[in-house]
Write a protein that binds this ligand. Sequence first.
Ligand SMILES: [Fe+2]
Length: 304
Amino acid sequence: MNAPSLGFAVTPLTPVIGGVVTGLDLSRPLSEAVIARLTATVAERHVLFFEGQTLDPAAHRRFAARFGKLHVHPVYPHVDDIPEITSIETRPGDLPDNDNWHTDVTFIETPPFGAVLTPRTLPSSGGDTLWGSNVAAYRALSAPLRGLLDKLTAEHSFETGFPRSRWGAGPRKEKWEKAVAPNPPVVHPVVRTIEGGQRGLFVNSGFTARILELTEKESDALLAFLFAHLAKPEFTVRWHWKLSDVAFLGQSAQHSLRDARLPARDSRDAPRRHPRRQASLGPATSSILPSLRPSRCSIEGEKQ
Ligand SMILES: [Fe+2]
C-alpha cells in the first residue's frame, strides 16, 4: 500500500477501512503516477485522510479534478464562483443534514467515483464523520445471502434523499423544483464491483427507495437489515476533523456526519461561511476510471 518511490505512505486506520496518507502536499502539482496510486488506494481503503493541508477552493477543485470530471450538485449551495464545490452546513434551527448513512449522489445513473472534503468551520464539539466499508459489509454476509443480493436491483431516488416536504419549500424551493424533473428515479445493482475487482453492497439509506424484484414488505425488511448491517462498528471508522484535514472518499464507502451543528450564524462568520467543502467527482471517461463501469450490463448508462 505504501508508495515510497512516489514519496508517500499510507497508514491503515482499521483492518477494513481508512488510511492516513503522509508525504503529499495536495496544493502542489502531483504526478500521474501519484494520482493513479491514490485511485487504487482509495479503492482498497475506501477513505483516505491527508493532514496538515492548505487547500483554498481553487486548489481543492484542481486536486479533485485530477480524478475525473467534476459533478455539480443540483440542490446544495456552492462556493462562490466554483459550482463544483458544495457547501454543507447545519445551524441552530436547521434540520440535521448528512447525518444519515449514505453514499453521495446515487440518485443519478452515473454516481460519482468519490469526493474530496475539507472542513472550513468546526463546532466546539461533535462534527465527526463516520465512514463505512460497503466491501467489508458485503464480505461478512453468508454466501446464500450474497448470492441472492447479487441478483437484485434497487431504485435510487432524488426525492428519497431530498423530500419535497423538506427541500421543496422555503428559499430552496426553486432550486429543488428545477432538480426534480432531470433526476427521475434510477436503477442500480444491489451489489457492484469496484476498482480492483472487489464487490460491495450498493444500497444506502439516503437514496435507495426499494428493491425491485421483491414485494414491498420484503424490500422494506431486507433494506432495513442491510442499512443496519452496513453501519456495524466493525465496518466503520470515525474521523475527528481538524481544519487542515482533507478526506478523499471512494464510492465503496458510506458516510454519516455526526452532531455537526455549528453556532448560530453572525457577522463574524462571513469570511468563513463555507464550513465544509466538497467536490464530488462526477462521471469520468472509462479510460481514466475503468472501475466505474457497471457491474451488471442491464443497467444502461452506468459509469460509477
Ligand atoms: Fe455525503
